[in-house]
Design a protein around this ligand. Structure first.
Ligand SMILES: [Zn+2]
Ligand SMILES: [Zn+2]
Length: 245
């Protein structure tokens, strides 16, 4: 299994794409979230939008789903090998369509629904692709908002957007090799995200497994990354960087 970051940036990033990763699973793939910035990253990888076969949506913040309309339309105009399959946590489905229908419902050939564009699977707890199981983990992002991470044993846990959940991290760290965790790197605290100080307070054994994502553009250049890596055990994920298990 292989994971390539299509973007590691936060919601305001312009230089490194919004946070999203592409998993390669045998001869198919799964994209975790689909921001608009994925188009350029996929192009850099030599891939077209219609080669994306599965997509999982972690939550409905704009920086995680603002490329889905384009992906849907591209597949309709230039059909790929398969109709894209969209995995949506059950509680998000109705709201997701409310967002996407603005651009997808009315067409010259009549009204369309989400299922015209995607093979939709509502997910309660887990889904499987190419023999690998992906378990949904409810995260603590914004109070009352549904948001999820993905747990894929024994490979990784992908936090999605979340505040720190120390208890879950202690539990999952023993079961995976890598933890992709979001980090709000700036000094000012954002109550819906995890701060660097919070991650630095975790046991070294957990920090050693961590790759940070969803961070500000300030860390794009080596001038900022290198001192960070000298100072900390935590590692910064990089767009188009590949992780393999
Ligand atoms: Zn986000
Ligand atoms: Zn978010």
């Amino acid at each position: 299994m292989k994971l390539t970051f299509l973007g590691c940036g936060d919601g305001f990033s312009v230089e490194q794409g919004h946070n999203s990763a592409l998993l390669t699973l045998g001869d198919t793939n799964l994209c975790i979230d689909f921001p608009e910035s994925n188009h350029a990253s996929l192009r850099q990888m030599g891939m077209k939008l219609n080669e994306v076969e599965h997509i999982f949506v972690t939550h409905l913040h704009e920086d995680h789903i603002n490329g889905l309309s384009k992906l849907a339309l591209f597949h309709r105009v230039y059909p790929g090998k398969t109709k894209p399959k969209l995995y949506v946590p059950t509680g998000l489905l109705a709201d997701l369509w409310q967002v996407l229908r603005q651009g997808l419902e009315l067409t010259t050939r009549g009204k369309r629904v989400l299922e015209d564009y995607f093979d939709v699977e509502c997910v309660e707890t887990a889904f499987e692709i190419a023999g690998e199981r992906f378990e949904l983990i409810r995260t603590q992002h914004v109070p009352d908002m549904l948001s999820y991470g993905l747990f894929c044993k024994p490979y990784f846990y992908f936090s999605g957007d979340t505040r720190l959940d120390e208890t879950y991290l202690a539990e999952v760290a023993g079961e995976v090799q890598t933890i992709f965790h979001e980090c709000h790197m700036q000094e000012d605290q954002l109550p819906s995200h995890t701060s660097l100080d919070e991650l630095l307070s975790l046991p070294a054994s957990i920090q050693e497994k961590m790759l940070l994502m969803h961070y500000v553009d300030d860390y794009v250049l080596a001038d900022a990354r290198d001192p960070f890596h000298v100072k900390h055990k935590l590692r910064l994920a990089e767009p188009l960087q590949v992780y393999e298990w």
